[in-house]
Ligand binder design. Structure first.
Ligand code: HPA
Length: 283
């Protein structure tokens, strides 16, 4: 019999922790084109996803597919350089498995990042946007099936999915860095086809500012485990139909690379403050 999800997450966490002396309290997931934050961490240990027991393998272009444990300044972090998506054929529980593992490693805060299409026309290409909330339209949820109470409750609250305090910190630090402080609601779709212009008009009507194909399974699994979440989108393109031109993945990756400096600066500024919050609350 295969061990249950909790036992598998525990084994993967133990394996990762056996490779490093660091004990990170903050996890990060780096989205498409945003991976280079993990390139210059101190005391870094890099573990390909393929070496971690039970870990799903990333097949998306622009995702390196490794876990990096290292230090950003003085803050130890566990960084997923790449993630898997539902559109690759994984179940929502599999997509959220790395989040489960980070949780079992002892993290209290998770920073999710992604490339997204901008629906709100006040955003421009390259804008960094802090998520205020999400709308899960993926038709799947990582918590379906029998609930394991060791992770969390059957019906977890999602009122405070994106921690207010972390959003305030991110907006303050954006302002300090002269990055326009923006917040928005992220609509998660299954993909992998981009949206139609009619779908984008619909998403705007229901209150979405951004659209993407990731982040919500991880955010839901994290909240299930009582982990606080901050999420940051990079608007790599205006969503379909806003400009009279087709969307393409190369552009998504290019824009991510172009704003990398700002993006890394924002993460570096936010991390010590979130570490401070965790210490205060001893979460
Ligand atoms: N739609 C969905 N996902 C995306 C987009 C988009 O326009 N851009 C980057 N990821």
């Amino acid at each position: 019999m295969t061990p249950d999800l909790y036992t598998r997450a525990d084994s993967a966490a133990a394996f990762i922790l056996s490779q490093t002396k660091l004990r990170p309290r903050i996890g990060l997931v780096l989205g498409s084109g945003l991976g280079s934050f993990a390139d210059d961490l101190a005391e870094a240990v890099r573990i390909p996803f393929t070496q971690i027991p039970s870990f799903p393998r990333s097949t998306a272009i622009g995702h390196a597919g490794q876990l990096v444990v290292g230090k950003s300044g003085e803050v130890p972090v566990a960084v997923m350089q790449g993630r898997v998506h539902l559109y690759e054929g994984y179940s929502a529980a599999e997509v959220a498995f790395p989040t489960r593992v980070l949780g079992r490693m002892g993290i209290g805060a998770l920073i999710l990042t992604n490339a997204a299409g901008g629906i709100n026309v006040e955003y421009g290409q390259g804008a960094l946007v802090i998520l205020r909330d999400h709308i899960n339209l993926q038709g799947q949820n990582p918590l379906t099936g029998a609930n394991d109470d060791r992770f969390g409750p059957r019906f977890p609250d999602m009122t405070y999915t994106y921690a207010k305090r972390y959003r305030v910190i991110a907006l303050e630090e954006a302002k300090n860095l002269k990055i326009p402080p923006r917040e928005g609601v992220y609509a998660a779709l299954l993909g992998p086809s981009y949206e139609t212009p009619a779908e984008i008009r619909y998403l705007r009507t229901i209150g979405a500012d951004l659209v993407g194909m990731s982040t919500t399974p991880e955010a839901i699994a994290a909240r299930h485990m009582g982990i606080n979440v901050l999420a940051i989108s990079c608007v790599t393109n205006m969503a379909a139909g806003i400009l009279d031109q087709p969307l393409n993945h190369e552009e998504v990756l290019d824009v991510g690379r172009r704003v990398m400096g700002q993006f890394i600066a924002l993460l570096r500024a936010v991390l010590p403050r979130i570490a401070g919050e965790l210490q205060m609350s001893r979460k």
